[in-house]
Design a protein around this ligand. Structure first.
Ligand SMILES: [Fe+2]
Ligand SMILES: [Fe+2]
Length: 407
């Protein structure tokens, strides 16, 4: 996983420790929670980052737009991937994908050199701070993928060893990505305590169907983010302020492969792609992922400008490309190329900035009084963007859905 998808969250979120999936042999089952609310602001519930010992951070600054850790209903996952129950599982296709993952194209790619430390030492002031935040958030997002895939690999071993092994190999990739980013933090004399994060952070529960939509999107948007930054810096080497970006070309191919695997998984679950509910959810997840990224990035324009990018242009390019890719598999996507979509995103940014400014307000009564209309305005922009005429999409050939075969 590479990108962040934090704007959607279930009403009830699993709490510290209680429902944390373990990497060992836990059989913890996360209780089913009902969906959905859309969190309206990136600005609330911030907690300060706590350094545990010198240079080691136990957590990252939490907000509603912080990358989340996910968990799911693993029993339902087992049913979905049982080849005796689900006849849509194309075993030859998964076997071919497994061989691709076993090839491990990036086995020797993530090797550091002394340029890293030298570049970090040169970076001072606000850019240094924003760079650290970039590394922390990216590391958390990658690690989130590692945790989810690792657990899926473990839980599906008996039911579907091929799919399980692919998940395990994807968790290998994500561990590598997260580790590489964490090594990057060491150039800034910091490190994220990933073991602590595993236990201490909240896990957001998504039903398997939603894991598919969300994870597919986050892999593909991650691919487009990395490749766009890589190509931009190749053309504009003066902005190559830190060598990690040179690794993005091969790195993003991992994310692309992960996305393609989810595409194959969804094809094997045609009930998630071929009805009106699937269309509504597809649009909902597209909107959540795009808006989360846009609001996040517009709060961090210093970072993007620091590497010579125009934040909004960069984001729109990534959104449009991700949407075009996604249209190959999702049954409906948003009309993001309609200029009205960007106008709505920009209005959300303005509202979000007002919400951020409200964070400074000390009087809680005044704060809440001013917050309510802003949240209502943000909700109305989100709804309007969701209700814009969608694009019917999806070119996947799916067999007639036979519910009795699946459950
Ligand atoms: Fe990754
Ligand atoms: Fe990934």
């Amino acid at each position: 996983m590479a990108a962040e998808m934090a704007l959607v969250k279930p009403i009830s979120i699993s709490k510290f420790g209680r429902t944390t999936p373990k990497l060992g042999n836990s059989t913890t089952r996360v209780p089913y929670t009902r969906f959905f609310t859309i969190s309206m602001s990136a600005t609330t519930s911030s907690q300060p980052t706590k350094p545990s010992r010198k240079g080691t951070k136990k957590g990252i600054k939490e907000s509603l737009l912080t990358p989340r850790f996910y968990t799911t209903d693993f029993d339902e996952m087992e049913m979905l991937f049982n080849t005796e129950i689900n006849k849509n599982l194309n075993e030859a296709e998964f076997e071919a994908l497994l061989q691709e993952f076993k090839t491990d194209y990036n086995q020797t790619h993530f090797v550091r050199n002394k340029e890293f430390k030298e570049a970090a030492d040169k970076m001072q002031g606000p850019l240094r701070q924003i760079f650290v935040e970039f590394l922390e958030r990216s590391c958390t997002a990658e690690f989130s993928g590692f945790l989810l895939y690792k657990e899926l690999g473990r839980r599906l071993k008996k039911t579907n060893p091929v799919v399980a092994e692919i998940f395990s190999l994807m968790s290998r990739d994500e561990a590598r990505h997260a580790g590489f980013l964490n090594k990057g933090l060491s150039d800034f004399n910091l490190a994220l305590d990933l073991g602590f994060l595993t236990k201490a952070r909240k896990y957001t529960f998504f039903k398997p169907k939603f894991i598919f939509y969300a994870t597919y999107l986050s892999e593909k948007i991650g691919y487009w983010r990395y490749i766009t930054i890589f190509r931009h810096l190749k053309e504009n080497p003066d902005y190559q302020v830190y060598p990690i970006f040179k690794y993005f070309e091969n790195w993003c191919q991992d994310e692309n492969r992960h996305g393609d695997f989810f595409s194959a998984l969804m094809k094997a679950q045609p009930q998630f792609l071929n009805d009106w509910k699937a269309k509504l959810w597809s649009r909902f997840f597209c909107l959540s992922v795009y808006v989360t990224m846009y609001l996040n990035d517009c709060q961090r324009t210093d970072f993007y400008e620091g590497i010579g990018l125009n934040t909004k242009e960069f984001d729109m390019h990534v959104i449009i490309e991700t949407n075009r890719t996604t249209a190959r598999i999702f049954p409906a996507v948003l009309d993001v190329e309609n200029p009205e979509f960007k106008r709505k995103l920009d209005r959300m940014v303005e509202i979000n900035q007002k919400l951020i400014a409200l964070g400074e307000e000390e009087n809680p009564v005044v704060k809440n009084f001013k917050r309510v209309p802003l949240i209502a305005a943000l909700a109305s922009e989100l709804l309007a963007a969701y209700l814009m005429k969608p694009i019917e999409s999806g070119s996947v050939d799916v067999a007639e859905f036979e519910p009795q075969l699946v459950y």
